[in-house]
Write a protein that binds this ligand. Structure first.
Ligand code: ADP
Ligand code: MG
Length: 591
């Protein structure tokens, strides 16, 4: 084959692919442009998960009539003049690629006006080519409308996920920017319905309430400022050369946690970035405070000298490189740990709260620094994530039937001790009940029994929860729920499957939605349904910490014996630990 230069049109589509992966990428670039333009109000309109339409309207500075066309040329930007500027980037955009890339793969319309021009400009581009241009009256600011994304890139179109999934990506992105910029007013509509709005009050806490709901927000702790640094405790603005990275934001109290790391959010100089090392720094600060396999929520801003961050790493600008990585790592870990220590005494430190001094901190940092050097290997990260440490005992064989057991009692209101022909059993009452309910549920698949509530219950959800609810509504309906949209993010619950009768319904439903939000949904409908059933059973099951009578304990074990797979809960965790006769004898040195 001979070497040829690619036609401009093909090259443009390839380049566009790097920036525009999915509708959420369009939303990201347009929001960043609005922020760079000094907007205080950003309105986002989405149709069909962004496939059909994404519109971002801002009240920023606008684009002068003479420059609008140029804005759509590749590598055209007003934010960078020379290569020196690259070393010190203070705007979100700088590559001059976004508008060109988005225009290349969509039907794009822009309407924009600057304050000192009487009329605005209205341009329409199709596949990157200008098809019309006219003057048009409009307020100062910019409205970019992107329709039929990827209409000319069938390969990309094919890879787009369901409307609900694309919508979830968009919502996550917008709520992140709303948290990073509490002074800006964001509003979002999906298919004409307002689903999220931030007040622009300037208080991050107000945005947290909008994003996570009041109950979660109440359990978030504000990051405390650094300890007063002696005599010269004057405050230098963040971002000054030589200044320590400044960490601010909120982290969750240890009692509140999540099943994955998705809720650790970072903004570096106002830019949302993904950074596994920094997420790990947060988790380190929670060391011993969280159950294995659980992760904190955090919304953290790190401000530092722009010269110490390289944002030009990736076309989507979602990864950065730090000049002094360990300094940023330590600053984050320290700030989070200090907040946690101040808030509650941490036993492993053998020190009363309030006694922590900066010097004490330094000492502790040097102590932990030794361990830190080696720990963050992939292996350690994975082990920490999945909680997979070598099991003490051989894992139970799933599928083994249980022999008849004799209940001896309950320990710590959580475990049942029982004896069988093959030795001693410790059974987790919650996990066991989950298994029982799950199999009962699966057995009645054809005709699920459901109970109508005497009085319908209104359920107010956060935007993220509402999106999951909308997505899972058909499955929930099949499983015996009757739930109707009730305007905004509110739902009306009219009936629930009988297993949930007696449970705290509000808490159970929110628990189900949250769990579904956290787990990756399998592609097969049948598997997805099983996942939802497992989640319902988890909410319906007896909780740890609940005292059970001997009668109840015996009944639970009897039902567990009757299940097909008594040794694991529907989520795959063990329901029991078995100490065989032989093991007991070995442990006591009888053999
Ligand atoms: P970049 O943001 O990297 O400069 P873009 O392709 O996103 O590149 O935008 C090109 C230029 O168009 C920007 O540098 C800016 O001057 C102008 N621009 C884009 N969006 C807006 C907006 N919402 N308001 C004002 N100017 C804008
Ligand atoms: Mg841009």
């Amino acid at each position: 084959m001979t070497i040829r230069i690619l036609p401009a049109e093909v090259a443009a589509k390839i380049a566009a692919g790097e920036v525009v992966e999915r509708p959420a990428s369009v939303v990201k670039e347009l929001i960043e442009n609005a922020i760079d333009a000094g907007a205080t109000e950003i309105r986002i309109e989405v149709r069909q998960g962004g496939r059909r339409l994404v519109r971002v309207a801002d009240n920023g500075c606008g684009i002068p009539a003479a420059e609008v066309e140029l804005a759509f040329a590749r590598h055209s930007t007003s934010k960078l003049t020379g290569v020196d500027d690259l070393a010190r980037i203070v705007t979100l955009g700088f590559r001059g690629e976004a508008l060109a890339s988005i225009a290349a793969v969509s039907h794009l319309t822009v309407l924009t006006r600057v304050a000192d021009e009487p009329v605005g400009s209205h341009l329409r581009l199709e596949g990157g080519s200008l098809v019309s241009r006219e003057g048009r009256g409009c307020p100062v600011g910019t409205v970019v409308t992107v329709e039929n994304l990827f209409y000319n890139v069938p390969a990309r179109l094919k890879f787009l996920r369901s409307e609900a999934t694309e919508r979830r990506h968009i919502d996550r992105l917008i709520t992140r920017y709303a948290m990073a910029y509490p002074t800006l007013r964001f509003s979002v509509t999906h298919n004409g319905r307002l689903t999220f709005q931030s007040t622009g009050s300037g208080q991050l806490y107000d945005v947290l309430i909008k994003v996570y709901g009041l109950d979660v927000a109440k359990q978030m702790l504000p990051i405390h400022g650094p300890p007063a640094s002696g005599a010269d405790g004057e405050t230098t603005p963040p971002g000054t050369p030589g200044q320590e990275p400044l960490v601010s934001g909120y982290v969750s109290a240890p009692a509140m946690n999540r099943a994955n790391r998705d809720h650790i959010t970072f903004f570096i100089n106002g830019r949302w970035v993904r950074d596994r090392m920094l997420a790990y720094a947060v988790e380190q600060a929670y060391h011993t405070l969280l159950p294995v396999g659980r992760h904190p929520l955090a919304v953290l801003r790190v401000d530092l000298d722009p010269a110490e961050v390289d944002v030009n790493v990736h076309p989507t600008k979602s990864e950065v490189k730090f000049l002094h990585r360990d300094r940023v790592f330590a600053a984050v870990q320290k700030a989070v740990r200090r907040t946690l220590v101040d808030q509650s005494p941490i036993p492993e430190m053998e020190s009363r709260p309030g006694q922590w001094t900066a010097a004490g901190w330094e000492r502790r940092q040097t102590l932990t620094a030794v361990g830190r050097e080696r720990l963050p290997t992939q292996l350690a990260l994975d082990a920490q994530r999945t909680g997979e440490f070598p099991p003490l005992m051989p894992a139970p064989q799933a599928g083994d039937k249980l022999p008849p057991l004799r209940v001896l009692g309950q320990v710590a209101r959580t475990y049942i001790i029982a004896e069988g022909p093959a030795g001693l059993y410790l059974i987790d009452q919650h996990a066991a009940h989950e298994r029982i309910l799950y199999e009962q549920f699966m057995a009645q698949q054809e005709q699920v029994t459901s109970q109508t509530l005497l009085e319908p219950m209104t359920l107010e959800l956060t935007p993220a929860q509402a999106a999951i609810m909308e997505e899972q509504l058909p499955v929930l309906t099949r499983l015996g729920f009757t739930i109707e949209p009730f305007g905004g993010n509110t739902y009306l619950v009219r009936a629930v499957p009988t297993v949930l009768v007696g449970a705290d319904l509000r808490q159970a439903l929110i628990g189900i939605v949250d769990e579904l939000a956290e787990s990756r949904m399998p592609p097969l409908a049948r598997e997805r349904e099983k996942r939802v059933i497992a989640s319902v059973c988890k909410q319906a099951a007896i909780k740890a910490g609940q005292v059970l009578s001997n009668e109840e304990l015996r009944e639970l074990i009897r039902q567990l014996e009757a299940t097909a797979m008594p040794r694991t809960c529907p989520h795959g965790r063990p329901t029991m630990i078995h100490l065989s006769q032989a093991q007991l004898e070995r442990e006591f040195g009888r053999r």
